[in-house]
Design a protein. Structure first.
Length: 294
């Protein structure tokens, strides 16, 4: 029998608050600044990793109504809802792969009757169907070898986030972004790093953003040049994973993500991210810096 929650975050019985985080998110919540509150949680997750307290605050924000509400000054955006850092607390339909954020975990200590749930879930293996995919015939769990029943509560199953740059290290050493269309800017860079490096430490990495044809051979040659010039540690190609991303309205991107070696200076990188944009190969036009907010 398959286990249908391998990507899920399992909330503990007692969730200890993180005082600084709780105070700031609570203040923004009261002000109706839901989008800013989600950004605060994302900064925390990027810095400290998975957190029951951060996820507990994120769920009601991610579940907030998308219809206009005079009390919500800053609504949560679709990009924020889809951020990979929230993948562990998402619930995904096993048939159509649509996902949502179930609130059942927030009220699990209460006995409640749910008459029209957004989905139903096997109480044994967490096989889940959304409201659109569930039929009256789906009472028994369809998972082979499972004898559970579909019902409520519906808990997180997680949703696939893709492979990390390297399974053997949590730190990233170097990222090359090849782009077609508009050059990458700092705002997009954060989103691209979220997609490519979720749950990996990229403090102190060097990011090169360069206009180029999107083929892996060109990226490999550029990476080899970086290694030859001492910008990246030896045998970088063995620690590099490629990822293609379409950025709506901006163009196509290809990321070459190089994991840090297990030992050596690159394994202890820290500090701000250095970011170089080149419109033409080997012609860096400007340099900018930004620091992650703790």
């Amino acid at each position: 029998m398959a286990q249908n929650d391998v990507e899920a975050f399992r909330f503990p019985e007692d969730i200890l608050p993180v005082l600084g985080l709780t105070d700031e998110v609570d203040r923004l919540w009261d002000q109706g600044r839901f989008g800013s509150a989600v950004d605060v949680i994302l900064r925390y997750l990027r810095t400290y990793g998975r957190s029951a307290a951060a996820f507990r605050w994120a769920l009601p924000l991610l579940r907030a109504t998308r219809t206009p509400d005079a009390n919500i000054v800053e609504p949560v955006t679709d990009a924020q809802r889809g951020n990979p850092y929230f993948a562990p607390i998402a619930t995904e339909c096993a048939r159509c792969q649509s996902y949502w954020y179930s609130g059942h975990v927030l009220v699990r200590e209460h006995r409640m009757t749910v008459t029209n749930p957004i989905g139903r879930q096997c109480q044994s293996c967490r096989f889940t169907l959304c409201r659109d995919c569930f039929t009256l015939d789906d009472v028994r769990c369809p998972e082979e070898g499972c004898f559970g029943e579909l019902g409520v509560p519906v808990l997180p199953t997680g949703r696939p986030r893709g492979l990390p740059a390297n399974r053997h290290t949590e730190k990233i050493e170097h990222v090359i972004i090849l782009w077609e269309g508009e050059p990458t800017e700092l705002g997009e860079l954060t989103r691209l790093l979220d997609l490519a490096c979720t749950w990996q430490d990229f403090a102190g990495i060097r990011v090169m953003s360069q206009e180029a044809d999107l083929d892996r051979e060109a990226g490999d040659l550029l990476l080899a040049a970086c290694e030859l010039n001492g910008v990246v540690s030896p045998r970088a190609l063995d620690r590099t994973r490629g990822l293609r991303i379409d950025s709506p309205g901006l163009g196509r991107r290809q990321l070459l993500i190089t994991a840090a070696p297990a030992t050596g200076p690159a394994s202890r990188l820290s500090g701000p991210i250095s970011y170089t944009v080149a419109r033409k190969p080997r012609n860096a036009s400007r340099r900018g810096w930004f620091r992650r907010v703790n």
